[in-house]
Design a protein around this ligand. Structure first.
Ligand code: AMP
Ligand code: ZN
Length: 486
């Protein structure tokens, strides 16, 4: 069962296959600019990329996937931040890189195999070498101030990815920005000559040009080539990168290397907050820390981010985090209680049972509910369908609709889907342990009152729990406790 994914270049949904004879799938995804904490919109893109990485590994095997994601650690924003703080650029970007790594780990995102930095001297050299080739081939030119620009008219294929030729050229758009030194409004910077605002951040440039720093687009072309070779299998990013960033990457790479840059392009859509674009001025820009301060776990956020189709805009609300937390707890309880029916000790299933392999999961010989969840993921990352199918399986376990002999197998299948989605339900055990003893005692009393059909007492005890900030969710064979909204 191959993974099918929409290709932004051909606008077709195509199967993913490694193109090179070594069978290694080469996957590049544009990483963060490290000048502040990434927001939850950025993390939607990184979580979707992590899902892709997981699916690729499950499909081709972990040693047959090579994942590279860059760090943009030199550009206007990082330099401005370093100058505002009066700290060296490297110190500032290191701090935000560490924060980014910590947030990725909290969201259970696998680290890429390589994470090159644009300002790493090795990769500055790679970028300069690439610009030298583009100058030699006549695809680039030096401007009067010593900057180097890419000559868009030298690449007839320009605009194929974004259909930019169909767009209107507006003054001040990304297409025409920083036009002062250019021969043509659509040309873009490969190398930016040093300006006083850049402070001490400068490197020797391509032949015949001034000291300065690389333009943003060239880093991805040069670093993906250095680490994955001139042709990659899949290149991804958020939809805002389609133009001009990815269009420019294609132009630079294909003119320099004379070969296809990426066989497949994938762009995930943006996260909106309360129906609006996220921005500091609207006060709707959240980081992982902002959500943690409100009592939400990063895993509830991962669930919420996966609940929408990655190629459709997703409207984030705080309520979606309650839904996420509740769903994770429900999954944990369903699996735990089903396992207890087979004689396993409470809270032991995650230690005893392991995810089943995908081959076994989809094998026609088995009729597990969870195979449809995997099939939905392989169908252009249809995460809402995958989650829906997953809950059909969970419901079957909850309602004891599965023979005792099959329960453990079904739980292993569920674990396999959770691994593919990167949803770590062990966090639900921690959440369980976090219930204070007096609240746990009140809940036990209420459960006993309900069992004894003393509904008046059960109601009073529920009110006490609510007043203490807890909600009790009843099921046929047990209950769970959750912190109420503040
Ligand atoms: P940046 O650090 O600005 O380069 O962005 C890192 C990644 O986040 C890029 O792939 C962007 O396309 C993506 N991104 C930026 N804003 C959003 C958003 N609101 N929703 C989803 N992805 C976003
Ligand atoms: Zn990039």
């Amino acid at each position: 069962m191959a993974i099918k994914l929409h290709d932004s270049l051909t606008r077709e949904t195509r199967e993913l296959r490694p193109a090179q004879p070594d069978g290694v799938y080469r996957f590049y995804n544009c990483g963060p600019t490290v000048y502040a904490a990434a927001h939850i919109g950025n993390f939607r893109t990184f979580v979707v990329n992590d899902l892709l990485r997981r699916l690729l590994e499950l499909e081709f095997g972990p040693d047959k996937v090579r994942h590279v994601r860059n760090l943009t650690d030199v550009d206007d924003k990082t330099i401005r931040r370093s100058r505002e703080e009066g700290r060296p650029l490297g110190e500032v970007t290191r701090r935000w890189t560490e924060k980014f790594h910590a947030d990725c780990a909290a969201l259970n995102c696998l680290p890429p195999h390589d994470e090159p930095r644009a300002a790493d001297p090795r990769f500055i050299r790679e970028q300069v070498n690439m610009i030298d080739v583009l100058l030699e081939k006549g695809n680039a030119y030096r401007a009067a101030d010593g900057s180097v620009y890419f000559k868009v008219s030298s690449f007839p294929g320009y605009g194929t990815l974004s259909r930019v030729k169909e767009r209107e050229l507006r003054p001040g758009s990304a297409f025409t920005a920083d036009a002062d030194e250019k021969e043509d409004g659509s040309d873009f910077a490969l190398w930016k000559a040093w300006k006083p605002d850049d402070g001490p951040n400068k490197w020797p440039g391509p032949r015949g040009s001034a000291e300065g720093r690389p333009g943003w687009h060239i880093e991805c072309s040069a670093m993906s080539k250095a680490l994955l070779g001139p042709t990659i299998d899949l290149h991804t990013g958020g939809v805002d990168l389609l133009f001009p960033h990815h269009e420019n990457e294609i132009a630079q790479s294909q003119c320099c290397n004379g070969t296809t840059f990426a066989h497949h392009w994938y762009h995930s859509e943006h996260l909106l907050v309360d129906g609006k674009k996220m921005s500091k001025s609207l006060g709707n820009l959240y980081t992982i820390d902002d959500l943690k301060a409100k009592g939400f776990s990063p895993m509830a956020l991962r669930y919420a981010l996966l609940s929408g189709h990655p190629r459709k805009q997703l409207n984030f609300t705080l309520d979606s985090l309650y839904v996420g937390a509740k769903a994770l707890q429900r999954i944990y309880n369903a699996l735990d209680q089903a396992c207890q029916r087979t004689g396993m000790a409470p809270d032991s299933f995650l230690e005893v049972l392991k995810p089943i392999s995908i081959e076994e999961l989809i094998s026609e010989g088995y009729r597990t509910h969870f195979r449809y969840s995997w099939l939905a993921l392989c169908d252009d990352l249809n995460t809402p369908n995958a989650i829906g199918e997953f809950f059909v399986g969970i419901h079957a376990l909850e309602t004891n609709n599965i023979s005792t002999e099959s329960i453990r197998f079904e739980v292993c299948c569920a674990l396999s889907i959770l691994r593919a989605l990167g949803l770590d339900i062990t966090a639900s055990v921690a959440a369980k342990a976090d219930v204070p003893a007096d609240i746990a005692a009140l809940a036990e009393k209420r459960w006993a009152a309900k069992a004894a059909k003393d509904f008046a007492a059960a109601d009073t005890l529920r009110k006490e729990l609510t007043a203490a900030g807890w909600s009790m969710l009843d099921r046929k064979d047990g209950y769970s406790l959750e912190l109420l909204k503040k």
